[in-house]
Design a binder for this molecule. Structure first.
Ligand code: PLP
Length: 322
């Protein structure tokens, strides 16, 4: 006979109001977890997972563009380095993780895809407080590509505010480990909305510009580029911009960047896997330069997307229907 003790029938309580929104709606997509590929709506984790309870996780996000994965090796480097620093391990090596990613993208059928790899601390069978007893969990999910900036913002440039909030200092959380400690970034976003901006840049604990919710920042002054080097995630798009600067013979340095340098810049842009190179034309409601998207930003943006069809920078995904 079936044991019903843990099988209480789900009942909506209190009764659903007409304005109730179903939280279980999903974009199209595919996930890999527990050695299986499943539709995104079926990818579930335990509420006991330390990744969920304590943000004890690392993750990475790469993307497929027109059916090609962009610089996957760089993302795998960062993901495996993060797991190592957090003393996590998974039963797959780099080649196997890449194969899982390729399969998940192919099964999703999405040519332009946002591809997230996650390793959580997991749970221990006894709910032990000792992280060494937890079984680490690896998962991947693939959903349609998404961008920090929408098409209109990409065209006219984003409006950014420098938030009151400071970024969690590197002495507390190592920013080179891509992590889910986002409460400062989300609070920064709300600061920015109050200042009638569309997104935020946070200061570091020394008063310099750090980064924003999911992106790094660059300025251009007198033809020279600069990006903060402290209290930031070493973004792969940031790295790609630096590589492109070398190809384009542009000078670019990673160094401390003051809020004054940001507001006095000729051009500002932000970088993220979610959107690439995205122009900023207002900071704290003031125009950057003449308030139009600048020529160096446009040039780098063009070079960035051109590389997506270059065999040396991208890897072809074989889809079942191709
Ligand atoms: N900074 C933070 C805090 C991020 O979360 C991200 C990406 O999500 C970035 C920067 C940009 O990194 P990447 O270019 O690797 O997407």
């Amino acid at each position: 006979m079936q044991d019903n003790k843990n099988n209480a029938t789900a009942k909506a309580f209190p009764e659903l109001s007409p304005t109730y929104k179903d939280p279980h709606q999903y974009p199209p997509g595919v996930a890999y977890l527990d050695s299986q590929y499943v539709p995104i709506s079926q990818a579930k984790i335990s509420v006991l997972d330390w990744g969920f309870l304590h943000s004890d996780a690392t993750y990475d996000v790469m993307h497929a563009w027109e059916g090609r994965l962009f610089r996957p090796e760089l993302y795998l480097d960062r993901f495996f380095a993060g797991m190592g620093k957090l003393k996590m391990s998974i039963p797959y090596d780099r080649a196997q993780v890449l194969e899982i990613v390729m399969n998940a993208v192919a099964l999703s059928g999405l040519k332009n895809a946002y591809v997230e790899l996650i390793c959580t601390r997991g749970c221990s069978p006894t709910f032990s407080r000792d992280p060494r007893e937890a079984i680490n969990r690896f998962m991947v999910f693939v959903v349609p590509f998404s961008s920090v900036a929408n098409p209109e913002q990409l065209q006219r440039g984003l409006h950014v505010a420098v938030a009151e909030r400071t970024r969690i200092p590197p002495s507390s959380v190592d920013p080179s480990i891509k992590n889910y400690h986002w409460l400062d970034l989300v609070a920064g976003l709300y600061d920015a909305y109050e200042k009638r901006a569309e997104t935020a840049l946070l200061l570091d604990d020394q008063g310099g510009i750090a980064e924003g919710p999911g992106f790094n920042v660059f300025i251009v002054k007198d033809g020279q580029l600069a990006t903060p080097d402290y209290s930031v995630l070493p973004g792969i798009t940031r790295r790609t911009v630096m590589d492109l600067c070398q190809e384009l013979a542009l000078s670019c340095s990673a160094r401390a960047l003051s809020p004054q340098e940001l507001t006095n810049a000729d051009e500002v842009f932000i970088t993220s896997t979610a959107g690439g190179v995205m122009p900023v034309t207002k900071v704290n409601q003031n125009n950057i330069g003449d308030g139009l998207v600048g020529p160096i930003c446009k040039r780098i943006q063009q070079a960035y997307w051109d590389k997506h069809t270059d065999n040396e920078w991208s890897t072809l995904v074989i889809y079942p229907d191709d």
